[in-house]
Write a protein that binds this ligand. Sequence first.
Ligand SMILES: Cc1cc2nc3c(=O)[nH]c(=O)nc-3n(C[C@H](O)[C@H](O)[C@H](O)COP(=O)(O)OP(=O)(O)OC[C@H]3O[C@@H](n4cnc5c(N)ncnc54)[C@H](O)[C@@H]3O)c2cc1C
Length: 386
Amino acid sequence: MSPLDLLDIDASLGEEERQIQAVVRQLVDDRVRPHVAGWYEDGQVPARELAREFGKLGLLGMHLTGYGCAGASAVAYGLACLELEAGDSGIRSLVSVQGSLAMYAIWRFGSEEQKQRWLPAMAAGEAIGCFGLTEPDHGSDPASMATRARRDGDDWILSGAKMWITNAPIADVGVIWARTDEGVRGFAVPMDTPGVTAREIRRKMSLRASLTGEIALDDVRLPGDARLPEAVGLKAPLSCLTEARHGIVWGALGAARDCLETALSYATTRTQFGRPLAGFQLTQAKLADMAVEWNKGLLLALHLGRLADAGKLRPEQVSVGKLNNVREALAIARECRTILGANGVSGEYPVMRHANNLESVLTYEGTSEIHQLVIGQRLTGLSAFA
Ligand SMILES: Cc1cc2nc3c(=O)[nH]c(=O)nc-3n(C[C@H](O)[C@H](O)[C@H](O)COP(=O)(O)OP(=O)(O)OC[C@H]3O[C@@H](n4cnc5c(N)ncnc54)[C@H](O)[C@@H]3O)c2cc1C
């Protein structure tokens, strides 16, 4: 049993959940951990190769049913996200965007034909998806999006730009959200359609083992059936974000656990003033506070996961989890960094990489401030968004 599991939370997991967690942990140990520092440094990641391996294990769209998806529980999916993000937040992002954003949108809102065309290939990791909501001038406020879709006979013409889109540089299909005369609608856009260009965003200081891109949509002509027929209004993309945020609630704890395990091991072996760092009261206070927050975060994730499995999870509850767990994970990563001293800033250890990654995780899928506003609205009945 891990010394971090102060509350015996592991014992409250089902056998299948524990098995899935162990399999993903092993995969991360074998395929991610040995290479990820180099991917991060180079700003490159073999995303297609990894997607195929994740597909073989049923990790892509694993909480969806049918179309080659594994149909796992929300808790099992959460545990998989935790283990993936213990490797790197960028690797978890690859899986989240594929499964919870792109596949979920097609699964939930697509036509039978769209589902048959994309989902089995995406579940297998043979086709990569991305999810284009954010724009250069519209992030937290997607209702103001400028990307437009207009009708031309039976066809649709899409024009605009999407920014900060995970997986975009290698995606085969983009779920693109655009304003129409009837309101916001979603489109499944083959990324090789004339007029679509995806340019990689380089020089990120965070999430470097993840491919992020800018998508230009230059009068892209799409057949009428490219629209996701069941996606009506902004609540459609927002419901996809609720799915993905649930994975982040768990995933952030994986990054924090890796930092804590690293700091614990470092503190017990590094000596100063004639004794291990772990023997100093100030170090133990840091470790104790972090372990307490980590266990509270895991209880919260498990509670939300069980609500999701019962079909009772509400968006503002996911906001509670995303706000708390990412904020605490980032605080843990920064505190662990101090325990490693100068080695804390070295790429030889994972801690600063996780801390840098968590800066992106804090911002995407709704910034901390946006989640505070969601919770504030629930508490007061007043919207303070604008
Ligand atoms: C690595 C990475 C990957 C991403 N992947 C995707 C993706 O796959 N798909 C996608 O669609 N998007 C993606 N995003 C975009 C992400 O979702 C947005 O960055 C996020 O929604 C915030 O938007 P913004 O960056 O435009 O910030 P802004 O909306 O400009 O916000 C800037 C600051 O102002 C604050 N703020 C904004 N409005 C308010 C308000 N009403 N009250 C108080 N404070 C406010 C914000 O909280 C933030 O602190 C990604 C981002 C990153 C960094």
